[in-house]
Design a protein around this ligand. Structure first.
Ligand SMILES: [Zn+2]
Length: 255
């Protein structure tokens, strides 16, 4: 009887060990990392991390650069080397948030209608952008791509993000890994030509792609991983992100 008991205990210990190992492997392969309560990060590569700051806001940290994209309603104080702004809407081009992170040496890439609203109110160096341009900012290669609506209307025939406004998305070369931030956009034909490793895509609907449209966009872009954005603030919920993940043929990580 005692021998059987010892055998059972041994078997249980072995099983526990195997399951423990599997958990460790799973954790090692998972690139989504939680640092503190509100800091959800994604490991871009050995040199760089991507943090979602809510809505369309992200922070990329490399060994020696801090890059923010569309900072809005952020709780950050780390000074930016580079800030990328996709368009003039208040939840992307936010003076109050830029004042938290812009220093004298910060370079701000933004559309002309955005920069005109904050001229004289913040420091840093301005670089005007429009779609289909290439920049080298402090050694970082950055490309702009178009971002606009095709079927999200403010009033009959008038979309929220008109193509003629020349608003943008960005592709950033982060230590060899390409990160695409689409800006506020629908699924547009230009996406078929985008080459990227990571795609940050809006999923809330109303002003931008619905989860289903974002899933179609993801299939066209074919990144290694897609990360949903534009939810949990103003419009959209975590359900929008989860629906995108469910419908998508791409690998999706929710951070
Ligand atoms: Zn917008």
């Amino acid at each position: 009887m005692r021998r059987i008991f010892i055998k059972a205990i041994s078997l249980f210990m072995i099983l526990l060990f195997i399951t423990g190992c599997q958990n460790k492997i799973e954790n090692k392969n998972n690139s989504v990392i939680t640092e503190g309560e509100n800091m959800h990060g994604y490991k871009i590569n050995d040199d760089s991390m991507l943090y979602w700051l809510g809505h369309d806001g992200f922070k990329i940290k490399t060994n020696d650069k801090i890059i923010y994209i569309d900072p809005f309603d952020i709780n950050e104080s780390e000074t930016a080397d580079i800030v990328l702004i996709t368009h003039a809407h208040f939840d992307h081009c936010s003076i109050k948030d830029l004042q938290k992170i812009v220093g004298d040496k910060t370079t701000i890439l933004a559309t002309a209608d955005c920069t005109s609203s904050f001229a004289g109110k913040i420091g840093g160096k301005m670089q005007l952008v429009a779609p289909n341009k290439k920049f080298n900012v402090q050694g970082i290669e950055i490309e702009t791509v178009p971002a606009y609506n095709v079927n999200k209307f403010r009033s009959p025939g008038v979309v929220f993000h008109p193509k003629e406004n020349e608003w943008v998305g960005y592709i950033i070369n982060v230590s060899g890994t390409r990160v695409y931030h689409s800006g506020d956009t629908d699924f547009i034909p230009e996406m078929k030509n985008i080459k990227t490793d990571i795609a940050l895509l809006p999923v809330s609907g109303t002003y931008v792609m619905t989860p289903n449209e974002a899933a179609e966009a993801c299939s066209a872009i074919n990144p290694k991983v897609a990360i949903p954005m534009h939810y949990n603030k103003i419009v959209g919920t975590i359900e929008s992100a989860e629906e995108f993940k469910r419908l998508s043929k791409c690998k999706v990580e929710i951070i």
